[in-house]
Design a protein around this ligand. Sequence first.
Ligand code: ASP
Ligand code: MG
Length: 419
Amino acid sequence: MGRTVSRLVMKFGGTSVADLERIRRVGRLVAAEVAAGHQVAVVVSAMSGKTNELVAWTDGAGRAAQGIPESDDEYDTVVASGEQVTAGLLAMTLRNMGLKARSWAGWQVPIYTDEAHGRARIDEIPPEKLLKAFDDGEVAVIAGFQGVTRDGRIATLGRGGSDTSAVAVAAAVGGACDIYTDVDGVYTTDPRIEAKAKRLAKISYEEMLEMASLGAKVLQTRSVELAMAQRVPVRVLSSFVEPGEAPGQGTIVCDEEEIMEKRIVSGVAYSRDEAKITLLGLPDHPGVSSLIFSKLADANVNVDMIVQSRARTSDSANMEFTVGKRDAQRAVEIVRAAQVEIGFEDVAVNEDVAKVSVIGVGMRSHAGVAKTMFGALAEKGVNIQVISTSEIKISVLIDAAYTELAVRALHAAYGLDQL
Ligand code: ASP
Ligand code: MG
């Protein structure tokens, strides 16, 4: 009597449910939380590799050939199926372990989304049915990555979208969200590049958001946005342990105020997904940038870093900007088609670039963060092509060949291997 039962959403990624053996281990982790008195909903990804295979099938079935640029409703019907398989298998496994459990497809919950197939956004999750399952002592095993539009079509949330499903369900039922994956938390940088990378016990929502959008692959960017907006407590932890092992591990993603030890820099992220486009000999007068970037925006090309500089000898300017690698050729075609209208002399594209970023809320109140970054890169002979900053991050674009070198140098320069 009077005991408050807490609600918990446990999310398991593709590698955590890669085969039946691992699904059974997931079952044990779920059972342990139920035994601890939590009301549990589980969100699952497709078995690892499944979604790629399904996407390839849709290409083979003519999606690419039909020239459908974005995904459509039938693409979603196909690629959403992977999660349905794991939801069913896990529910079966839990039942075999003697727990009450059932699977839920996105449309059964329902997880309502907008109509943007292939990258849909969740707009509402009525919690009633899940709350009823909780009251009945039943574990709800929900297929991640998928929802349903208001007119009843299956929609998917973009690659990595099960993280967002989990956070959204946690927000809807008023619970915390544990994201189980193949690493035991969020690291100061990619441990495959720097073996001295350290697990962070806590990271703020804002830093996590920057880390995710700057290339750290642990969480889908949107899931962090949502967690931050709805103040959902999130924890990232490994599913490759048995219940009870390694207590207290993982990384907690939380409000900045909840973090005692303030670091200036919390992490180093990198991305090789960008390409740099250079426009030479642009007329130097108002309206030129506006023209270029409205053409790119109209074609849905996302631009990231931008620099413009005036040429010393003539009355012209040069501009460099970066776009996602997969949009690079399209972006070049778009500006080339408007060469006369824009009035530039030459355009070039460089795909051999990488963006390396340092992230930390401490930057807001500390001087010299940029100095340390540029100094460390200079010492290694790494040339900086483009720089961009925000309140809590500094990014540089460099030659892709120096990615690892730069990541390691920066990790050391901010003392992250000493944490
Ligand atoms: N299975 C989907 C993907 O690979 C969604 C997810 O796992 O988050 O993108
Ligand atoms: Mg993922």
